[in-house]
Design a protein around this ligand. Structure first.
Ligand SMILES: *[C@@H]1O[C@H](CO)[C@@H](O)[C@H](O)[C@H]1NC(C)=O
Length: 385
């Protein structure tokens, strides 16, 4: 009797272990292999899946290699630099291709119509993927990461906070914050300053002022001071506005903060000519689109703000996905107008007071660390006007 019990519990333990192994292998081998075959049969190629790591090792070594050698300061051709693996595999496999971050498949979609379908999500083909743990820790449970009903609620709140009227009321705070920065710069005229750090400070200053406000009395005093400033500002603002808008857009085209927009299939979906299985991450490669000569012409890699002189539609030849620095569709970045207004205010206030030259010490090395940023900062020398 005792023998039978021992044998049967041993067998059930063995069964459990086997089951776990099967599950593990399914996740790490059979499913990736199946998805890879399935996509290959539809003409989607890519670097082959490797056990556990996927293409992780290749991706890391290529990225490390580019990060160790700076770009030429005069080049804006950053897509091969920031995303060397995407660049390589696009050249070998075509604009749509499959790559693996561990056992997670990432399908880059090079076809503009399919990208529109993904971002507009009218047919509910996808959702926002769950962020990696460290991103969640960093960004919290905010509107950019939320899904479903929670997203609808947060989005409504955020849209309200960023509507025209509230934005207008934030302008004085943006002006004050820029004033604070310019005050600090007074002690550094003719010297080198690191503007990436300065702009980070400026942004946090603006956010804390607009989000938390100041005390009522403080507010009143500041308000009076600001009415003057705002008046002063309005003249130059309207004067400089068209040019600045083009400069901001051309900078966002060449150096978009986000390099691709990611969604995830919940179920098997039809995307243009493709049948995509469930749980595949779909990538809209906006950095690549922003640099695509097919959309922008042979001078796509040059900084030419005048291409926006007749607006975005004309500049992109009505190709909506050619310029999507803030995304597109229902999940367009809710802070877009806030960010653009802040950039224009800061730029026009700075340019009234200073001209600047790039420091000889500057090293051109844009990298992707959550957003595209200068690996070694941006050192410029200020010249008082
Ligand atoms: C710049 O881009 C924004 C956002 O896409 C757009 O609303 C604006 O009209 C553009 N300005 C110019 C001059 O192209």
């Amino acid at each position: 009797m005792v023998g039978v019990t021992i044998v049967s519990s041993f067998l059930s333990l063995l069964f459990l272990i086997l089951l776990a192994l099967v599950k593990y292998f399914d996740k790490l081998w059979w499913t990736p292999t199946r998805i890879q075959k399935r996509m290959a049969s539809q003409g989607i190629k890519g670097p082959s899946y490797k056990l556990i790591y996927g293409n992780g090792k290749e991706i890391i070594s290529m990225t490390k290699e580019t990060m160790s050698r700076p770009m030429s300061t005069s080049s804006h051709d950053i897509s091969s630099y920031v995303l060397p693996h995407d660049h390589l595999w696009t050249n070998i496999c075509g604009k749509s291709f499959l790559q693996w971050y561990g056992p997670q498949p990432h399908l880059t979609i090079g076809e503009p119509e399919s990208c529109k379908a993904i971002l507009s999500n009218k047919d509910r083909i996808c959702r926002k993927p769950k962020p990696p743990y460290f991103v969640k820790k960093l960004l919290g449970d905010g509107v950019s990461m939320a899904e479903g009903e929670k997203w609808v609620k947060l989005r409504k709140l955020a849209t309200h906070a960023f509507n025209g009227e509230s934005l207008k009321s934030m302008i004085p705070e943006m002006i004050t914050s820029t004033e604070v920065m310019l005050e600090r710069w007074k002690n550094h005229e003719g010297e080198e300053i690191e503007v990436n750090k300065e702009f980070k400070l400026l942004t946090s200053e603006v956010i804390s002022r607009t989000a938390f406000g100041s005390s009522y009395l403080e507010g009143k005093n500041i308000f009076e001071m600001l009415t003057e400033l705002t008046l002063l500002f309005k003249n130059t603002y309207t004067f400089r506005l068209p040019g600045i808008s083009m400069i901001v857009n051309e900078s966002l085209r060449l150096y978009p903060p986000v390099i691709h927009l990611v969604r995830e299939t919940e179920k098997e979906v039809r995307l243009g000519e493709l049948n995509v299985p469930a749980n595949v991450q779909l990538r809209v490669p906006n950095l690549a689109f922003h640099h695509e000569p097919e959309f922008w012409g042979q001078d796509a890699q040059l900084f030419k703000p005048e291409r926006f002189s007749e607006g975005v539609a004309k500049a992109t030849n009505n190709n909506m996905v050619a310029f999507i620095p803030f995304g597109m569709g229902p999940r367009t970045c809710v802070g877009m107008n806030f960010a653009i207004i802040e950039a224009k205010i800061a730029l026009s206030m700075i340019l009234q007071r200073y001209s600047f030259t790039l420091s000889p010490g500057y090293v051109h090395s844009p990298i992707n660390s959550l957003t595209v940023s200068p690996q070694h900062g941006v050192q410029v020398i200020l010249h008082s006007l």
